[in-house]
Design a protein around this ligand. Structure first.
Ligand SMILES: NC(=O)c1ccc[n+]([C@@H]2O[C@H](COP(=O)([O-])OP(=O)(O)OC[C@H]3O[C@@H](n4cnc5c(N)ncnc54)[C@H](O)[C@@H]3O)[C@@H](O)[C@H]2O)c1
Length: 281
């Protein structure tokens, strides 16, 4: 409940990975505003080989404060999506505290370091697949035994680069395309249990994944101290609409819709929230 209004996901419990900051935090806040309790996990550390800082435990604590402001409960755990057992432990504790599991948002991910395909290091390729597709699989695998509440909604976070290619991101685009195959297979398998499975495909979103020195310098080597808005002059060309960076809340609104009963007959769908990037020619 939000005030006297019945929320769009009232009294549901949502499990969100990568919830310490960025889009994952915003999904937690948005779902809580509409009445859900939250199980939030994040690795809360830097990832080897990724050229920008990871989230911190303080970031995850801020997510807790922001969710609690909306009057909902939140249980957190520090867990790496590469580690299935730590996700299982986080969920066991979360479901024991909050009583159920209805919504899963497999959001944790990395963008890695952009590089020409032939120069992508084997270790960078493997880390990308381990987090951005195996981590998504682990999230669902840990969650399914708890989804016994008579249905549910699973939302897998892909990218515009899960539906089209993009230069210097072969590892990222490969992992994000794989998310669609997993989504469609799970949707077919889980439909008889009224568990809906969809993927979302953000365009450029203003989060620490883009708003960091490494990303900005890679995109704008011509500037001494480039900002994310300088970098957006380049990546904004992906978008059809004249908006180079999308707010995280816009992605959260799509997550909320897919999680809610308004989307009760939507499953197996790949939903771009990308200012038209996938459809652009
Ligand atoms: N920002 C964009 O432009 C954009 C565009 C399309 C898709 N995405 C996707 O959206 C999702 C969220 O990204 P964001 O923009 O909020 O970036 P972000 O870097 O701000 O947040 C990602 C979060 O995931 C966590 N994380 C990373 N690896 C993890 C692991 N192994 N285990 C647990 N947690 C881990 C990080 O600590 C961080 O809190 C990602 O899957 C990303 O690929 C982002």
């Amino acid at each position: 409940m939000t005030g006297n209004r019945v929320g769009r996901v009232a009294d549901k419990v949502a499990f969100i990975t990568g919830a310490a900051r960025g889009q994952g935090r915003e999904h937690a806040i948005r779902l809580a505003e509409e009445g859900a309790d939250i199980i939030a996990v994040d690795v809360c550390k830097d990832i080897d080989g990724v050229g920008y800082p990871g989230a911190s435990e303080a970031d995850l604590a801020d997510t807790v404060d922001l969710v609690e402001k909306s009057g909902r409960r939140i249980v957190t755990a520090k867990a790496d999506v590469r580690d299935l057992e730590s996700l299982r432990a986080a969920l066991d504790q979360g479901v024991a505290t909050l009583g159920a599991l209805d919504i899963v948002v497999a959001n944790a991910g990395i963008s890695g370091t952009p590089a020409p395909a032939a120069l992508i290091k084997e270790s960078a390729w493997q880390t990308m697949l381990d987090i951005n597709i195996t981590g998504v699989w682990h999230t669902v695998k840990a969650a399914l035994p708890h989804m016994t509440n008579g249905g549910g909604s699973i939302i897998l976070v892909s990218s515009m680069l899960g539906l089209r290619g993009g230069g210097y991101m072969a590892h990222y685009a490969s992992a994000k395309h794989a998310v669609v195959g997993l989504m469609n297979s799970l949707a077919n398998e889980l439909a008889p249990q009224w568990i809906r499975v969809n993927s979302i495909h953000p365009g450029n979103v203003l989060t620490p994944m883009l708003d960091n020195e490494s990303f900005c310098r890679t995109l704008r080597p011509d500037l001494p101290n480039p900002t994310v808005h300088d970098a957006a002059e380049i990546v904004g060309q992906f978008h059809m609409l004249p908006k180079p960076l999308i707010e995280a809340r816009a992605i959260s609104n799509a997550v909320l819709f897919l999680a809610s009963d308004e989307a009760q007959y939507i499953t197996g769908a790949a939903l771009p929230v990308d200012a038209g990037a996938v459809a652009k020619f």
